[in-house]
Design a protein around this ligand. Structure first.
Ligand SMILES: [Zn+2]
Length: 263
């Protein structure tokens, strides 16, 4: 494969707001996405893609002043938030839950996801039914639908439903339950598009956010894939309605083009 078609490799990116720090190592369409939102009161894992547990540990190696007591880190997890039931966004959940078990987390863990995401619920069932002993923590499943707003332990969660479909190169399938999310704490608001083809309708949600995280799958949207993902134009337009923005969920072509188009 020519190197310009290869997706980007793992690389730590960090955004430091005044109340929230956002970090990510890896976000590639069809492979894996995970992001870590750190607040003084604990951490939110946004998307449990393959390798999210590895990346959680890598934060300890790479971030200055990071808490190196893994047990404490595991206890301070506030929630796992998943945008939709596609493997590249939730397949790491099984290993993550197993890791929380190995570390003997004792507090309940929340998993927030779009209502109707039976693959996510099925994975949690699989974890609980195959565990060799009783799970030391409760799993609180929080399915959300429509526009939802919740205050959780001092941070504010909002969701907005978005259009997203099953797809592969050359074919588009059914709509899947999918959400965009906003997390606010202290002075910061971080919004994330999840996977979606909708740039325009999300603009009010992104407007004025301190950090807008936008999916950037296509260099240019292929015909018929308008409901599936954003391309560079849509992603830059949506991102620029926030005060600062990040692109995630790359392919090789979109990663290589984004820096010239949306510096
Ligand atoms: Zn998807």
């Amino acid at each position: 494969m020519p190197s310009e078609l290869l997706p980007p490799g793992p690389e730590l990116r960090t955004w430091n707001g005044s109340s929230i720090r956002v970090s990510t190592f890896y976000s590639v369409a069809g492979i894996s996405t995970s992001m870590f939102l750190d607040m003084p009161i604990g951490r939110i894992i946004m998307e449990a893609g393959d390798g999210c547990t590895r990346d959680l540990i890598e934060l300890q190696r790479n971030l200055p002043n990071e808490e190196i007591d893994t047990k404490k880190q595991v206890e301070s997890l506030q929630a796992i938030v998943i945008s939709h039931p596609h493997y590249d966004h939730y397949s790491g959940l099984l290993n993550l839950l197993n890791f929380l078990h190995l570390m003997q987390r004792s507090r309940p863990i929340r998993i927030i996801y779009p209502k109707g995401s039976s693959p996510i619920e099925g994975l949690v069932d699989h974890f609980l039914s195959t565990l060799w002993e009783k799970c030391p923590f409760d799993i609180e499943l929080i399915p959300v639908e429509d526009e939802t707003e919740m205050s959780i332990d001092g941070w504010l969660f909002k969701s907005v439903p978005v259009m997203h479909r099953n797809s592969r190169p050359g074919a588009v399938g059914n709509k899947v339950p999918a959400m965009a999310y906003s997390i606010s704490f202290g002075n910061d608001r971080v919004v994330y598009s999840g996977d979606t083809g909708e740039a325009r309708s999300l603009e009010p949600f992104f407007k004025g956010a301190d950090l807008g995280i936008v999916e950037t799958t296509f260099a240019r949207t292929p015909e018929g894939h308008e409901d599936v993902h954003l391309d560079i134009n849509g992603s830059c337009e949506l991102g620029s309605s926030s005060l600062e923005h990040w692109h995630v969920h790359f392919t090789g072509p979109s990663f290589n083009k984004i820096r010239e188009t949306c510096p």
